[in-house]
Design a protein around this ligand. Structure first.
Ligand code: UDX
Length: 451
């Protein structure tokens, strides 16, 4: 199959490289000539483990190429995937679809033979219909079909997720489109690596939002249970394990933490709420999730301040990890942003270290002092806070860390350190959703502060 990918962002580039690796011939198109120039030199626009090697090997094999010339890129395509951004529109939270519509129109004008146009970007229900309408206007006789094929990959595990997904969802209204999509995903279905679920186009569009909203609800649920754990002296990790063993619940996405962030959950939950409101069908559980998650990100700053005794004026706080999750440089809606804000508002000085996120973080937190490693960040600090669970923070020399700090206080917002282990190294530890045992008096209050 000859595939064209419009947009070389996270989804576009990873999907393009993986389709090429399946054996298809893929052209990736982007308007940003700097990005395309760098891709020609195998410099990735995003940090994603394994992506540079995957791109390099498929370029070498002649299956993957990059261009800024859309007309040239779509010329011989059997399928054109649109993977451009759909940011939240300022003011109303609706997904901004102008890039999707512009791309669809340009592709329809450029196509010279019948093809399938596939929206891979996350788009609200009904977008496929609108794309179809645009195509009917600009290229009515070209035999173009419109398909929805949402992407479920996670940053940091994107290649693995793309190649071994739990399922592939395709929304198609037409037999010819179904055939093209079956052929594209044949490498997955033949090996029984993943079921390909064919549904109507509107259903497919809604599946993507419903999946992300459900996961956001699940995380928020365990976060609220973690607050309750602190109040009643229970352990959230054991609660998560205990409920997760029930197959109806499942063990994934039950890690309590500082709240979800990233490029998808915050944006997609808001977009789902807009669709719900527009259709007079409120989805109240998602409304509550959005509010609780926002409040939680702010509450994490207060939790740190209380752990430090309530007054942080002139004190130094060392933050480890700034990105919204490990193995990415993505800072979008990261809880660290609210945490830094709360600490600085209360008069603290923040020193921070993140393995990949510094470049994106700098403009968002101009008063933070960025450090080259965890021990440098901890020098003379009054508290060490783990915000993002990068693997390199799991193997810290905690005894050395305790000596490096002014005060051996560890606030572990990702529960990567068992309390006993940290205490043996000389730390006072405050975790998330853990009983406040063996903690000084002022920490008793902390345990109840996340609400
Ligand atoms: C998510 C979806 O998982 C993916 O299917 C979709 O395509 C895009 O959105 P991503 O945003 O890359 O992927 O990251 P994910 O691993 O899902 O984590 C999202 C946020 O939830 C992170 O801030 C993470 O720290 C948080 N999280 C996740 C938790 O706090 N607890 C958990 O148990 C899981």
């Amino acid at each position: 199959m000859r595939i064209t990918m419009i947009g070389t962002g996270y989804v576009g580039l990873v999907s393009g490289a993986c389709f090429a690796d399946f054996g298809h011939t893929v052209v990736c198109v982007d308007k940003d000539s700097g990005k395309i120039d760098r891709l020609h030199q195998n410099i990735m626009p995003i940090y994603e483990p394994g992506l540079d090697a995957l791109v390099a090997s498929n370029v070498k094999a002649g299956r993957l190429s990059f261009t800024t010339d859309l007309a040239e890129g779509v010329k011989d395509a059997d399928a054109v995937f649109i993977a451009v951004g759909t940011p939240s529109r300022r003011g109303d939270g609706h997904a901004d679809l102008s890039y999707v519509f512009a791309a669809a129109e340009e592709v329809a004008r450029a196509l010279t033979k019948p093809a399938v146009i596939v929206t891979k970007s996350t788009v609200p229900v009904g977008t496929g219909d609108e794309v179809e309408r645009i195509i009917a206007e600009v290229a009515p006789d070209k035999g173009i079909k419109v398909v929805s094929n949402p992407e479920f990959l996670r940053e940091g595990a994107a290649i693995e997720d793309f190649k071994r997904p739990d399922r592939v969802v395709v929304g198609a209204e037409d037999e010819q489109a179904v055939q093209v999509m079956s052929e594209i995903y044949r490498p997955l279905s033949l090996n029984q690596a993943a079921p390909v679920l064919f549904v109507g186009r509107r259903t497919s569009e809604l599946i993507k939002y419903a999946a992300n909203a459900f996961l956001a609800v699940k995380i928020t649920f365990i976060n609220e249970i973690s607050d309750l754990c602190e109040q009643v002296g229970a352990d959230v990790q054991q609660v998560a394990r205990g409920i997760g063993m029930d197959k109806r619940i499942g063990s994934k996405f039950l890690h309590a933490g500082p709240g979800y962030g990233g490029s998808c959950f915050p944006k997609d939950t808001l977009a789902l709420l807009k669709t719900a409101a527009d259709n007079d069908t409120p989805v109240r559980i998602v409304e509550a999730t959005v509010q609780v998650n926002e409040a939680r990100k702010r509450a994490m700053g207060r939790k740190i301040i209380k752990a430090m005794g309530g007054d942080v004026r002139g004190k130094k706080v060392a933050l480890l990890g700034l990105t919204f999750k490990p193995n990415t440089d993505d800072m979008r809606d990261a809880p660290s942003i609210s945490i830094v804000q709360a600490l600085e508002d209360a008069g603290a000085k923040v020193h921070a270290y993140d393995p990949e996120g510094e470049e994106q973080a700098r403009p968002l937190m101009p008063n933070v002092e960025f450090c080259t490693g965890p021990y440098q960040a901890a020098e003379n600090a009054d508290a060490l806070v783990i915000v993002t669970e990068w693997d390199e923070f799991r193997a810290l020399d905690l005894k050395r860390m305790a000596r490096t700090l002014n005060q051996p206080l560890l606030v572990d917002l990702r529960n990567i350190y068992p309390a006993q282990f940290a205490q043996d190294a000389g730390f006072t530890i405050v975790s998330v959703g853990k009983p406040a045992i063996d903690t000084p008096a002022h920490l008793e209050a902390v345990a109840t502060s996340a609400a």
